[in-house]
Design a protein around this ligand. Structure first.
Ligand code: ADE
Length: 235
């Protein structure tokens, strides 16, 4: 049994999208994960296939109807193993972190992802299914489809045997609570910019120390929030 993602969306043709390329695409072909979509509009109840309506209380935009979204979610649930977590992508959600990604990847049943459009989904359906509300950052996109792809990309690369080199996981940004050190490759002199000498020294301890110092400096400068959390974790 492999990790099974079901995406509930008004735009199923956006999938697999970016996920069909590179490592996630190869893993999809190799059956290390599977992806299917549910078209929300197929669960509309009227002859016009209406999926949204005006918000109670007034205001701009339209809200996706709870009865229609509920039907689509029931279909998604029935297509997979019981016990899959359900995630609603929304800018109002909890900010996605590498810790959350690790957690989702560890549940090998898979995930159900609900993508909102317009002003979002009637809140009762989110409550009914006890969905996790997840945001990919403090900016507003036109819908949850790209956020769903981002979340799946982050999760799929952590699945067993998807990344070739396990060390590249252990060293990277966030896994250690800080940002990654800068990387260099050949040529040694490029536009008169020289690769830091220590990296050519062959002294593994010195290289490790330099990388740690660089990682800490960059984290301190760019991400005071991460830096404070890192200091706390070391106490
Ligand atoms: N839908 C629209 N914007 C979003 C965001 N920033 N994160 C998750 N879902 C969204």
């Amino acid at each position: 049994m492999s990790f099974h993602a079901t995406v509930v969306t008004l735009f199923p043709e956006m999938f697999p999208g970016g996920l069909s390329h590179s490592l996630t695409g190869k893993a999809l072909i190799d059956g290390k994960w599977t992806l299917d979509t549910v078209q929300v509009r197929d669960y509309a109840q009227d002859k016009h296939h209406t999926v949204d309506d005006t918000p109670y209380g007034g205001g701009a935009g339209m809200v996706m109807k709870p009865d229609v979204v509920h039907g689509a979610l029931e279909a998604a649930v029935s297509q997979g193993t019981p016990g899959r977590r359900m995630i609603y992508l929304t800018p109002r959600g909890k900010p996605l972190s590498q810790a959350m990604v690790r957690n989702y990847a560890a549940n090998d049943n898979g995930l159900i992802l609900l993508c909102g459009r317009y002003e979002g989904v009637d809140h009762r359906v989110i409550e009914h299914w006890q969905m996790d509300e997840v945001s990919i950052g403090d900016y507003v996109l036109t819908g949850g489809e790209l956020p769903a792809q981002i979340l799946l990309d982050a999760v799929v690369r952590l699945l067993p045997d998807v990344l070739g080199n396990k060390e590249s996981l252990e060293d990277e940004s966030f896994e250690l609570g800080i940002l990654e050190y800068p990387q260099y490759t050949k040529p040694q002199n490029w536009k008169n910019k020289i690769v830091p000498g220590v990296l050519l020294s062959g002294d593994h301890q010195k290289i490790a120390n330099w990388r740690q110092e660089e990682a800490e400096r960059i984290t301190r400068e760019r991400r005071p929030d991460l830096w404070q959390a890192f200091l706390k974790s070391r106490d």
